[in-house]
Design a protein around this ligand. Structure first.
Ligand code: HEM
Length: 203
């Protein structure tokens, strides 16, 4: 089976799809305490944190596709980018819903107050709102219809990733190691993007 062939995608796409669902399945198993895996002393916080982390991981993985494709010449990787991006959006929406429903009991006034008064929530919300037009225009039809504007619009994903990492960094109280690792990975990805765009401009 040749990478990039129809049969290759027919086999690998469902596998990647199921792999993206694994973190959610694991969280659900823990939430329902199947086989003694609980979510710990503060289940809502654990759920919120894990969903936020998976959203960010998938966002960074989406950003990795283009540089990885350039380094390796594996052009078929690009066919997985949309799925990964949409799964990032899916986990971030679940993260937001956990916050809004389980943490704030859907009290709209409390949510609005948080968004206005807590800068890390403002940043997170900005990231989520910016993701909506990207998810809405992720179809092939929209790509064709928007042409060059599609690429420009989808560059917003870098702004969203910066907002997401910053949001993570800001809410951590003491140990900044984890958000620093995410920030480092994002810096490398942004650096690579700048490097390639300069190289292609010169050619
Ligand atoms: C691009 C969008 C977003 C990303 C990538 C993201 C990611 C994250 C990450 C990685 C964490 C930390 C997890 C940990 O400490 O283990 C976090 C925490 C949190 N996020 Fe988000 N988030 C986003 C949007 C939002 C939105 C829209 C809200 C609510 C309006 C929100 C509310 C929170 C809250 C309440 C926490 C926990 C703070 C705490 O425990 O003190 N996030 N988020």
């Amino acid at each position: 089976m040749k990478p990039g062939s129809r049969s290759f995608y027919r086999l690998t796409k469902p596998v990647v799809f199921l792999m993206c669902l694994l973190p959610l399945a694991w969280l659900l198993l823990r939430a329902f305490e199947v086989a003694d895996f609980g979510l710990g002393a503060n289940p809502i916080e654990e759920l919120l944190h894990q969903l936020g982390r998976w959203g960010l991981k998938l966002l960074l993985l989406t950003l990795l596709i283009t540089p990885l494709r350039r380094w390796t010449g594996w052009n078929w990787l690009v066919r997985f980018r949309r799925m990964l991006g949409l799964f990032a959006f899916f986990y971030i929406v679940l993260h937001f819903l956990t916050y809004a429903i389980l943490d704030q009991s859907l009290e709209l006034s409390l949510i609005i107050e948080d968004v206005i008064e807590r800068p890390y929530i403002t940043l997170g919300m900005t990231g989520l709102l910016l993701l909506i037009p990207l998810a809405a225009t992720s179809t092939k039809g929209m790509m064709r219809r928007l042409g060059k504007r599609w690429q420009k619009l989808h560059r917003l994903v870098y702004v969203i990733a910066v907002a997401g990492v910053w949001h993570f960094y800001w809410q951590v109280k003491l140990d900044t190691l984890d958000p620093s690792i995410y920030a480092f990975i994002l810096a490398v990805l942004l650096g690579t993007r700048v490097y390639y765009s300069r190289r292609f401009q010169k050619q």
